[in-house]
Design a protein around this ligand. Structure first.
Ligand SMILES: C[S@@+](CC[C@H](N)C(=O)[O-])C[C@H]1O[C@@H](n2cnc3c(N)ncnc32)[C@H](O)[C@@H]1O
Length: 242
């Protein structure tokens, strides 16, 4: 089902498990300088991009996402934060969207667009200038996955953390910084995802889609708490592209 008529992302600041403090540290790890250009591929509503540009004067940002609702939310924030002269957001498919190689590229939680982590690392290599930086946010296995995790995330595609870093090295990057989502960040992310739907159900108990929404949130909560919690990790790699 689609999320309409509810906005399932309404309570999320980022569409990934990420706290304000870690977002600040990730931006610092990018060492942005005056005149640089950051491109976020699969930016969602571009919260991290907006914070990065807002934190560093003289930096320009470009975000691309195929989700029209997310781009609309992002554009409202660009306006509200007075960043219209420095941030552009476009609704497009990242895989066919053309841009000059960036000083800094960001790809967080969007590796499925490129067929997985390796495809993303390869695509981003061509989209970051030599000497530039990639911030990659992607899943990995904290522990060997159980049946429910495999059902949700698939058998292949994700690897343990050391293998994820090795993969980045083999794709021509060097590791500048690594951090992973804490259990608190995960719980906050999943709770807010569920709470948007629970609050909608409180306000719309008799809506024709209420049963469907309740079933979706029940299934999601089960998958999280009885499946991937503590098994599926999320890593943020700041990578140099020599
Ligand atoms: C998990 S969300 C992460 C969003 C954002 N990076 C963040 O951390 O808040 C993944 C995003 O990738 C976008 N996406 C997936 N495939 C895409 C594609 N082929 N072209 C553009 N955007 C895509 C989705 O629309 C979604 O907004």
């Amino acid at each position: 089902m689609t999320d309409a008529p509810l906005n399932g992302h309404a309570l999320l600041d980022f569409n990934s498990p990420l706290s304000d403090a870690k977002a600040f540290d990730l931006i610092a790890s990018l060492h942005l300088g005056e005149g640089q250009r950051v491109v976020d591929y699969g930016c969602g509503w571009a919260e991290l991009l907006l914070r990065a540009v807002g934190q560093q004067p003289g930096v320009a940002g470009l975000g691309v996402d195929s989700d029209e609702h997310a781009i609309t939310r992002g554009l409202a924030n660009v306006e509200a934060r007075g960043l219209t002269s420095r941030v552009a957001l476009e609704c497009a498919d990242v895989t066919t969207w053309q841009a000059e190689p960036a000083d800094v590229a960001i790809s967080i939680g969007a590796s499925h667009a490129w067929g997985g982590t390796k495809g993303t690392l390869e695509a981003m290599h061509a989209r970051v200038r030599p000497g530039g930086t990639l911030l990659l946010g992607d899943g990995f296995w904290e522990r060997p996955p159980g049946a429910r995790s495999v059902e949700i995330f698939g058998e292949d595609g994700f690897v343990p953390l050391p293998d994820l870093v090795d993969l980045a090295m083999s794709c021509g990057y060097r590791l500048l910084s690594l951090t992973t989502a804490t259990l608190d960040e995960w719980d906050g992310f999943e709770s807010r995802w569920c709470a948007a739907r629970e609050r909608w159900l409180l306000d719309n108990p008799d809506h024709p889609q209420a049963d469907e929404v309740r079933a979706v949130v029940d299934d999601h909560r089960d998958g999280w708490l009885k499946g991937y919690r503590g098994e599926f990790g999320f890593a943020y790699l700041t990578l140099a592209r020599p």
